[in-house]
Design a binder for this molecule. Structure first.
Ligand SMILES: NC(=O)c1ccc[n+]([C@@H]2O[C@H](COP(=O)([O-])OP(=O)(O)OC[C@H]3O[C@@H](n4cnc5c(N)ncnc54)[C@H](O)[C@@H]3O)[C@@H](O)[C@H]2O)c1
Length: 431
C-alpha cells in the first residue's frame, strides 16, 4: 500500500474543483488550487469565492486561513492531480477537449514518478486513455498506464462528479463515487485519495466504464425529461392539461413520469448526451432524438407566447425566471434565458425580465431596448402576459389575485392551484 496523500493539486477551481479543493484541505491535505483565471485565483487567495454556493464561502475561507489551500495560476509538484476543467460542446455538437489538453500540457512539466492523475471533467469514452497517451508524448522519461499497465510510473483514473449545485458541499462527501482506473492499480490508488473525504461508497471499475456511467446518468435524465416535454406538446395540441395527465398516469405503480418544463438547461444534461451521440451516432438514435425534443421545447413556448401576444396592441410580457433551474443563480444553457431573449429580439412586446437570484440584467439581454430588468411585483402589476419559466420559491408566494385578468403561460405547472381555470393552466383565460 502506497503512502497517504499529503499534497494534492486541483486543476480548475470552478463549481467542481473549488468545493473539492476546500473539502480536501479541510481534511488536513495541503491543496494547491490551480486556475488560469487570475480573478478566481485572487478571490480565493483572499478567502472568497467567485460564484455562489451554500456553505462554500465558509469552507474556502477556513481552508485559506489555515494555509491548507493556496490558489496559483501555474501547477506545482504534488502527489496527485485532479483535473476539473470545462468540457464544452463545440458548435458542431462535438466535445471540445481543448481545456483538458491545456491542463495536461500545464501539469506535464511537474509530474514525477509515483504521481496519480484523476480526470473529473465529464468526458467522452476514451478520454482518460487519450490523456495518458498525450502525457506520454510530453514526458517520454516517465511510463504511463496505457502502455506500461500495472508497472507505470504514473497512475491515471477517471472519477466523475455528480454533485447538485445548491447542495455541493454536502453531496461531495455523501454521494457514492465511481472510480475508473486505466488499470486496477490506478483505480486502487485513486480510491485511497477519495476515501480521504468521501463518506459514500467508492465503486471501482475501468476508466471507459466510468466515463460512460457519467454520460449515461445525464442521458437517462434527458431522455426521461424529453418524454415529459413531448407529452406537454401533445397535450397543448389536444387542449389537455399535461400536469393532470402525468399526475393520473403516475398513479400506476410502475409509471413515474417526470415533469415537463420550458426546455433543458445547465451545462450537464443539455450537453453530455451529445458525447455519447458523437461516439456512437448510429446506435444512439433515442438519445439524439431526446436531445432534439428538449431543444425544441423553448420554440414551442415562444410560439405560445407569440400567439397570445398577437391579441394585444402593445403587449407587456413578464418573463418570470431566467436561470436554468430553481433557486440558483446559474444561467448556463438556460432555456428561460433563451426564450426571454428570443421574444425581445422578435419584438413580440415589451419584455419585463424578473430574476430574483441575480443582481443585474445578464449580458445576453443587455442589447434589447424593449426589455427591462424588473422586480416581481412591478412586473405583475404591468404585465398582460405572465410567463412562468423557473419554479423559484419566490414565485410560489404569488397569489391568484395577482394573476387575475392576465394571460398566464405556466411552463412549470407551478400555479395550477391558483389559476381560476386550473385544467388549462391559463390558456382558457385567453382562448
Ligand atoms: N458544475 C456541475 O454541476 C458539474 C457536475 C458534474 C460534472 N461537471 C463537469 O466538471 C467539469 C468542470 O465543470 P465546472 O462546473 O467546475 O466548470 P467551471 O467553468 O465552473 O470551472 C472550470 C474552471 O477551470 C478553469 N480552467 C480552464 N482551463 C484551465 C486550465 N488549463 N488550467 C487550470 N484551470 C483551467 C476555468 O478558469 C474555471 O475556473 C466539466 O467537465 C463539467 O461538465 C460539472
Amino acid at each position: 500500500m502506497q503512502h497517504k496523500f499529503s499534497r494534492v493539486a486541483i486543476i480548475g477551481l470552478g463549481y467542481i474543483g473549488l468545493p473539492t479543493a476546500a473539502t480536501l484541505a479541510s481534511r488536513g491535505v495541503e491543496v494547491i488550487g490551480v486556475d488560469v483565471n487570475e480573478h478566481a485565483v485572487s478571490m480565493i487567495t483572499q478567502g472568497k469565492v467567485h460564484f455562489s454556493e451554500p456553505d462554500l464561502d465558509m469552507l474556502v475561507r477556513a481552508a485559506v486561513m489555515t494555509g491548507k489551500l493556496r490558489a496559483v495560476v501555474t501547477p506545482e509538484p504534488a502527489e496527485a492531480f485532479i483535473i476539473a476543467v470545462p468540457t464544452p460542446l463545440a458548435d458542431d455538437k462535438r466535445p471540445d477537449l481543448g481545456y483538458i489538453d491545456a491542463a495536461a500540457r500545464s501539469i506535464a512539466p511537474v509530474l514525477e514518478a509515483g504521481n496519480l492523475i484523476v480526470l473529473e471533467s465529464t468526458s467522452p469514452v476514451g478520454t482518460s486513455a487519450r490523456l495518458s497517451r498525450q502525457l506520454a508524448e510530453l514526458r517520454p522519461d516517465l511510463t504511463f498506464p496505457h502502455a506500461a499497465g500495472e508497472r507505470s510510473d504514473i497512475r491515471i483514473a477517471y472519477c466523475p462528479e455528480r454533485i447538485l449545485p445548491g447542495r455541493m458541499v454536502l453531496e461531495l462527501v455523501e454521494n457514492d463515487r465511481i472510480i475508473g482506473g486505466l488499470t486496477p492499480a490506478c483505480a486502487a490508488r485513486a480510491d485511497q485519495l477519495y476515501r480521504i473525504f468521501v463518506k459514500g461508497a467508492c465503486l471501482l471499475t475501468d476508466a471507459n466504464t466510468a466515463e460512460l456511467v457519467k454520460l449515461t446518468e445525464n442521458a437517462y435524465r434527458d431522455v426521461n425529461i424529453a418524454f415529459a416535454n413531448e407529452l406537454s406538446m401533445i397535450c397543448d395540441g389536444m387542449g389537455l392539461d399535461v400536469w393532470r395527465v402525468i399526475e393520473l398516469s403516475n398513479r400506476h405503480p410502475r409509471v413515474k413520469i417526470l415533469q415537463p418544463g420550458p426546455g433543458v438547461g445547465g451545462h450537464c444534461i443539455a450537453v453530455d448526451p451529445w458525447f455519447i451521440v458523437d461516439g456512437m451516432p448510429e446506435a444512439s438514435r433515442l438519445i439524439r432524438t431526446a436531445r432534439e425534443v428538449n431543444d425544441s421545447k423553448p420554440l414551442h413556448v415562444i410560439e405560445r407566447i407569440r400567439r397570445h401576444a398577437q391579441r394585444f396592441k402593445d403587449p407587456v410580457i413578464a418573463c418570470l425566471g431566467l436561470t436554468y433551474k430553481p433557486n440558483v443563480d446559474d444561467l448556463r444553457e438556460s432555456p428561460a434565458l433563451e426564450i426571454t431573449a428570443h421574444i425581445a429580439r422578435e419584438r413580440l412586446g415589451k419584455v419585463l425580465a424578473v430574476e430574483p437570484h441575480i443582481a443585474r440584467l445578464p449580458r445576453e439581454l443587455a442589447e434589447f431596448d424593449n426589455l427591462r430588468f424588473c422586480d416581481m411585483s412591478d412586473a405583475l402589476a404591468e404585465a398582460d402576459i405572465a410567463v412562468l419559466l423557473v419554479d423559484h420559491a419566490e414565485f410560489r408566494a404569488i397569489e391568484a389575485k395577482e394573476l387575475l385578468n392576465k394571460i398566464v403561460i405556466d411552463t412549470r405547472g407551478f400555479w395550477r392551484d391558483r389559476l381560476y381555470v386550473p385544467d388549462r393552466y391559463g390558456r382558457a383565460a385567453a382562448e
